[in-house]
Write a protein that binds this ligand. Sequence first.
Ligand SMILES: [Ca+2]
Length: 577
Amino acid sequence: MKTLFTTLVLSLTSLLVLTADDRPNIILIMVDDMGFSDIGCYGSEIPTPHLDALASRGARFSQFYNTGRCCPTRASLLTGLYSHQAGVGWMTADQGLPGYRGRLTEQCHTIAEVLGRAGYFTAMTGKWHVGYSEQVNPTARGFLRSLNLDQGGVHFSNQTGRMASRKLYFNGKELARDDPRLSPPWYGSNLWTGQGIRFLDEARTANKPFFWYLAHVAPHFPCMAPEATIARYRGKYRAGWDQLARERHARQVESGLVEASWKPESRPAQIPAWKSLGEKAQVRYDDMMAIYAAMIEEIDRNVGKLVAALEKREQLDNTLILFLSDNGGNAEAGIKGRYEGKQPGDSHSNVFIGRCWAHLNNVPFRQYKHYNHEGGIASPLIAHWPNRISPRKDWISTPTHLIDLMATCVDLGAASYPKNRKGRPVPAMAGQSLRPLLTGKGEFARRPLFWEHEGNAAIRVDDEKLVRLGEKGRWELYDLAADRTEQQNLAPQRPGRVKALAAQWEEWARRCQVLPRPKPKTKPRNKPRSTPKPRKATSRVRPGAKWRCPTTTGMQHEFNDSSSWTLRGWRASKCPA
Ligand SMILES: [Ca+2]
């Protein structure tokens, strides 16, 4: 009897193993600070043939969302939770409240932990940025292999400047950037891809399906790329942001990505008309965007390298590749951006493309990184998996979010998501598997989606979206089916809907550790103002005011329209990237 039982168990086990062999490899490729329309198949003039090929052989999502900022997006992606549930409502400063610990807490699982337990070989390369201690690095959070920066902003092995002190780690151990094992000199996008492919070979040797989280550091500031690549784009941006935005929009309408009836966000008044600029300014701006375009080309080339590597190893057909961005185009550094160094774009320079080009990055949407309007949170999502996704010409327009990636991995990896971690309960997965959308089989249930970052907030229920700018901002209401570009605020006409959706947001915020929020730390004034000045609802800061960050070397952050909490938060703690 015992023998029979043992045989039965062994048979069942081998059956499970056989099933496990069919599970796909999963590669999540995320880029840093890239806008909605910066790749070819989303409307860009920057050629991205390798990404476009993945899109044409797979599926493209038109309404995929991130959180609008680096750290919260990474926390949400890794854990399948809203970022505050994982302790990362803001950046990496510990503000003492459950939703704002500045690192992944112990009360969350990562995809790597979950898939690792299910027999996957797990690896990550690139930018981590969800906590710096040994208890929370990639090794501690389930990655068998990793080559990572603790935070972003490093692109070259010989980079100098304020971000050069950022640390690089190999399997949890600090490593010099010129370590011979990395074959310096290197450019980051090549390094993260090349090392990931070596990890993938280890997975093949171990005969395991693999999960690879490739978190590119580009095209985040300081913008840098190999000179030969930049040279290909110099002069191309003399067409200017006005014309290029029109062209991007026309391509988006033609491809069906956006509806012709949605009025694209027009150039904000603070951004000068391209034609009003003198020759010198045009040359400067052209060069800035050429550097950025070169970074996108380098990412795309590496996507090609990765696909070729999978093909060569006969792994392409059963690998799900997902490509996305962590937040919208970045308007930090204001209208003019930054253009510093003897040779801007090289490893010693300091280039931010600024708000003028960020407006182009996010065509056709409003706002930028940090904000919960579509320009801050809308991302491309490309999915490629020849075994299961039939190439489709239409866009998948179901609203989807980072929280869905954990659920997708659990589903496809036949993994389990435990209710507890280290003896304490973990919130249930917030998202749902994308499998029905990818394969066209099964139902993807409707559900509300929520956002909060620096007081900016939003809720989307079907096509209704309630959104505000800053904690004190007024709620705006949009019908995204008719107006995805958020041009027609319906709040004054529909106060009942505003109230109901705001209450639903509030309930979520309390349940998911968004509330309580850290109190802004204020510095006592030496001298009270004799006549208090009236303050705007969404900004307590003089437009264009510059603030010196106390914790970095002479770096100035310039804002035009950030919420007061943002600025106080930044001033009160560590300056974020
Ligand atoms: Ca980012």
